[in-house]
Ligand binder design. Sequence first.
Ligand code: NAP
Length: 290
Amino acid sequence: MKIGFIGLGIMGRPMALNLLQGGHQLTVWARRAESMQPLLDAGAQGAASATEAARGVDLVISMVADAPDVAQVMRAVATAATPGLVAVDMSTIAPAAARQIGQALASAGVDFVDAPVSGGEVGAIAGSLSIMAGGSDAAFARALPAFECMGKNIVHVGASGAGQVTKAANQIVTGMGVLAVAEAMAFASKNGVDRSKVREALLGGFAYSKILENHGQRMLDRNFKPGFKSWMHEKDMNIVMQTAHELGLCLPGAAATAQMFNAMVGSGLGEEDSIALLKLLETLSGQADK
Ligand code: NAP
């Protein structure tokens, strides 16, 4: 299949590489030309703009940042639209924004799928992402061969926006999960107990989670390199809170977590991985940097 790929950051780069390895013919575009080089070296064609990346392809995929970015690249895509083009956005944005972008693309004759992912950089490199899709059956079927190169657990959740609703639910769980693990680590060491032993004990019991295993280890290593930037998680928690506000929905745990991510950005930790929540808790509690 001919695929255009827009946005080659932490996630987009390995996802695009997996499409190439899956035998697809790939045209890539990134805002900073140097981000394209690893893909060009691997055999992709470079485009001069998002519009050019979408020209003459069967499928165009974006992996950028927030809703205004997706809207911007999809406006460019629409100008190149040929009949039958399917556009897929795999960034995390608000469900309402995804529906609006889908409607705008439909009026240009482009079928749209919102297909955010979970699994992080590790899952993107391994091609084992969880992909949660919203859109028509026909558009999902067109995109499926591409999804199969990038992910393992691929669920067509429902109509337009349903993928982003699922991703927001995912971020409630992962945001609170990272905060829970960071709190457990801070709690252990403030009590003078070895946090690595605490983690080891918890891993064998009911508190086990992938977050305790992977993020917990990174907290022990104090490896705050992103991964998943804290400002991105702040964006996602704000999507959760804004959507809950529109629905009159009470989400007290997510609200507290969103406040912590606001504090991450406000205290200059936005570009660090979301596990740097541990550093923030330590600062708030007068714990020396370990
Ligand atoms: P990233 O490393 O910051 O990459 C984002 C890329 O999008 C950057 O290369 C950026 O270009 C480009 N971009 C942003 N706005 C753009 C625009 N208006 N036009 C053109 N290009 C634009 O972020 P990431 O971690 O890959 O995340 C990408 C998306 O996946 C986000 O929505 C994030 O929430 C979601 N996500 C991330 C993870 C994770 O673990 N990292 C996991 C699941 C989902 P520049 O380099 O020029 O800034």
